[in-house]
Write a protein that binds this ligand. Structure first.
Ligand code: C2E
Ligand code: MG
Ligand code: MG
Length: 764
């Protein structure tokens, strides 16, 4: 504070400037007091001291005060910004000089003085000493300089002209003032430092808030030139699970690196931070992993270099915030955007992106890639009958199987619903696609156990490959999709490669579907009835109702073509219901021993209202339940646990008869037959023609079916008997009923009715 010692460079102007600013505030008062004192001395000694002496002394006094005043003006003009140690020392020197002029007065004027004049000088000296001790609290050198000289003069005067005891009093007084003055200076220094720190802190906070656009709850940190933490906010320390004092002086990199500091394996973000600190450049929103109490957290930090007034680098100052929660949720969102939540497989978006980049790569390396579109067969019915929870579990199991089948060369994903897909990055040879598709179909077709239900589904696969089937992801996906639809049409559980002709077929199918939606409303459907005769008597025992569709532009369309379209487009229920009602109404016109067979798609059996539909069709037609025979195919057995068996039981209880259509074409297992009480087994036409051609397997199958049917008390109907030879053979093999062109083609209702016109139900 005295200015005798040199201060560290960065504080000089601030400390000395503040010192002089404080003492200059009292300067006017001191100068006024000095002027009054000088006037008093001149007035007292005017009588017996020569005038020149007083004038000279007064002039000296004025000259000693003038530099202090001038210094003050200069300092005010520069707002104390240019105050150096020299200025402070000069301030002390002028103060010392002013004291010396007073000392001079006491030495020279007291020689001839009376006691009252000595008292005047002594009083003035005491007042001035006290005034300076108060006024120059911040500039101890000036206070000491003045008090020592003027005090010295007073002591000398007392010793010379008065009591030495009084001299001792003055000495003590002067010492006291000196002590008080130095103490005040010390306190002033402390206050200055405190104010400075406070101001700095305020500045740091406001600077950071301004620079980094953060709110006050963020954690603040600061480093020195050697990247050591020198002051962190309590919340910063809290984020690290420690307190601010423990962090003081530790390397920021070491603190943030945590345990990885020892191993030397840092996160790349920490390297970036180290580089920024080394280069002394500002950085913002740097995200890095930080280990806190053994747990990985994510922090976002921003900082700027601290520069002093002269442009020297002092360290860094920044903010940090824990963004673990935000980061985790944003990662979750991006995971959700790219992965299917149910199966954890890449979703459509992700897979399409992968396919695009794979296509680009194969184009570069002159190789081939492929896309497999997989659609689950019969999944919809599982979902519809057992509910979405079971459906979801089933999908998860399918995903697991697909994952196992696929190698590192493949990316498998879920496109949505029951559609999955596989991208083959590199197709070594064309057969590879077929092998993988077959492996997928086999894996997916194994039975599933979900919630105590044994479920059977299948898969149809369509594939396309680049570059021949398309050079972009969209085209490849569309082509594979088409191929997959064709595979479904071709009987499901198959793999088909894309062929350009599929586009035309798909278009036809689409047109068919559009037209079919209006077919019922436009009355374009009608029924034909094909007689079924008793094998031995050839008497008509019933008719099978066969639906026909005549489109105004496309003409007659075979049910073999439009029924699968109706099943896929979920149009089979309204069409099936119409068939059932119309057939029952028609059959009610026939003799009572003639039954009506109606084909029922398996999709219809999943409709919970199907039983009501049957009851209402019978009621409307006024037909006895035992005259209605529902024809179902073996595919119903592939969906165990879907409630179909229970529905069939209810139908049987109602009195409705059941027949198993097209036996031998599907998954023929004689075991099925013991589970549901069928009234009739219809042997498919292929066995009839096979037997007629003397094929041993066909004959053996017919024999086996007939034997089993007899033992289970069922009837057998042979389908598609076209010739007399076939009729003879079938009759010989023991079938109880026959249906085929030989006995009658499907015919309009009127023709069927006409058969009973002569009260005879015998045909042919
Ligand atoms: P399906 O139930 O096996 O019907 C027998 C099919 O064999 C009928 O073909 C019939 O015309 C044909 N057919 C009968 N006798 C002979 C013969 O001697 N020789 C030859 N070559 N064919 C014969 P259609 O009418 O074309 O029906 C085909 C399939 O369409 C039916 O096979 C049935 O599965 C389905 N279908 C027909 N009508 C309906 C219906 O109303 N609902 C449902 N869900 N499916 C139906
Ligand atoms: Mg049939
Ligand atoms: Mg059939």
């Amino acid at each position: 504070m005295t200015g005798l010692q040199r201060l560290p460079g960065e504080h000089v102007e601030f400390v000395h400037g503040s010192q002089l600013r404080a003492s200059d505030r009292m300067l006017n008062l001191c100068v006024t007091l000095a002027a009054i004192s000088v006037f008093l001395v001149d007035f007292r000694f005017a009588g017996h001291l020569p005038a020149w002496m007083l004038v000279l002394w007064t002039t000296l006094m004025a000259l000693a005060h003038a530099p202090s005043m001038r210094m003050r003006w200069a300092n005010i003009a520069s707002d104390y910004a240019t105050v150096t140690r020299g200025v402070l020392l000069r301030h002390g020197a002028w103060s010392f000089l002013q004291g010396a002029v007073w000392l001079m007065a006491m030495v020279m004027f007291s020689r001839e003085a009376h006691a009252s004049e000595i008292v005047t000088l002594w009083t003035i000296a005491c007042c001035l000493m006290a005034a300076v001790a108060i006024a120059y609290q911040s500039t101890p050198l000036s206070a000491v300089g003045f008090i020592v000289t003027i005090g010295g003069g007073a002591i000398w005067m007392m010793l010379k002209h008065a009591d030495p005891l009084l001299a001792a009093v003055v000495t003590t007084y002067a010492m006291l003032l000196l002590g008080a003055s130095l103490r005040q200076a010390h306190l002033f220094g402390i206050q200055l430092t405190t104010n400075k720190l406070l101001a700095e802190k305020r500045e740091v906070v406001s600077l950071l808030l301004r620079e980094h656009d953060v709110d006050a709850s963020d954690s603040l940190w600061q480093t020195d030139i050697a990247r050591r933490l020198t002051g962190v906010s309590p919340s910063f320390a809290r984020m690290l699970g420690t307190n601010a004092e423990d962090l003081e002086g530790r390397s920021i990199l070491q603190v943030l690196a945590g345990p990885s500091w020892e191993g030397g394996k840092f996160d790349p973000a920490l390297h970036v931070l180290a580089e920024k600190l080394k280069d002394r450049v500002p950085f913002s929103d740097l995200v890095l992993p930080v280990f806190v109490s053994g747990q990985q957290r994510w922090w976002e930090i921003s900082a700027s270099p601290r520069i002093d007034e002269k442009g020297a680098f002092l360290g860094f100052r920044g903010v940090g915030s824990d963004i673990t929660v935000q980061k985790e949720s944003s990662e979750r969102i991006s995971q959700m955007a790219r992965y299917d939540m149910l199966t954890n497989l890449p979703n459509r978006l992700h897979l399409t992106g992968e396919l695009s980049s794979v296509i680009e790569q194969v184009a570069q390396w002159n190789r081939r890639c492929a896309f497999l579109m997989i659609d689950l067969d019969r999944f919809k019915s599982v979902n519809d009958t057992l509910g979405h929870l079971v459906g979801d579990q089933l999908l998860a199991q399918v995903a697991e199987r697909l994952r196992k089948v696929c190698s590192a060369n493949e990316i498998c994903g879920r496109l949505g619903g029951d559609e999955f897909a596989v991208v083959i990055r590199d197709v070594p040879e064309p057969l590879y696609i077929d092998q993988l598709a077959t492996a997928i179909i086999e894996a997916v077709s194994q039975p599933y156990l979900v919630d105590n239900h044994t479920l059977f589904i299948g898969a149809s696969v369509g594939s396309s490959s680049a570059p021949q089937d398309g050079s972009d992801a969209e085209t490849l996906i569309r082509s594979a999709d088409l191929a997959m639809y064709r595979a479904k049409e071709a009987g499901r559980g198959k793999h088909l490669r894309y062929a350009p002709s599929m586009h035309a077929d798909a278009e036809e199918r689409r047109l068919l579907e559009v037209a079919l939606r209006d077919a019922l409303a436009r009355d374009e459907l009608h029924l034909l009835f094909q007689p079924i005769v008793a094998a031995h008597t050839t008497e008509v025992s019933g008719f099978e109702a066969l639906v026909r569709w005549t489109h105004p532009a496309l003409g007659p369309i075979s049910p073999a073509k439009f029924i699968p379209v109706a099943e896929d487009a979920r149009l089979i229920a309204p069409i099936g219901n119409w068939v059932l009602r119309t057939a029952c109404r028609e059959a009610s016109q026939w003799p009572e021993d003639v039954s009506i067979s109606v084909n029922v798609s398996v999709e219809q059996l999943y409709d919970p209202e199907f039983l009501d539909t049957v009851v209402s069709a019978l009621a409307h037609g006024g037909l006895a339940a035992n005259r209605l025979e529902l024809e179902v195919t073996e595919s119903i057995f592939l969906r165990e646990g879907t409630g179909v068996a229970q529905l069939l039981e209810k139908l049987i209880k109602l009195g409705v008869r059941l027949s198993l259509d097209d036996f031998g074409t599907g998954y023929s297992s004689l075991g099925y037959l013991s589970r549901t009480r069928f009234n009739t087994i219809k042997i498919d036409r292929s066995f009839v023609t096979g037997a007629a051609r003397n094929q041993r397997e066909s004959i053996a199958i017919i024999n086996a079916v007939v034997a089993m049917a007899q033992s289970l008390d069922m009837e057998t109907t042979a389908e598609g008997v076209e010739t007399e030879a076939e009729y003879d053979l079938i009759r010989a093999l023991g079938c109880s009923k026959i249906q085929g062109y030989y006995f009658g083609r499907p015919m309009p209702a009127a023709d069927a009715h006409a058969l009973f016109g002569d009260n005879s139900s015998q045909v042919a």
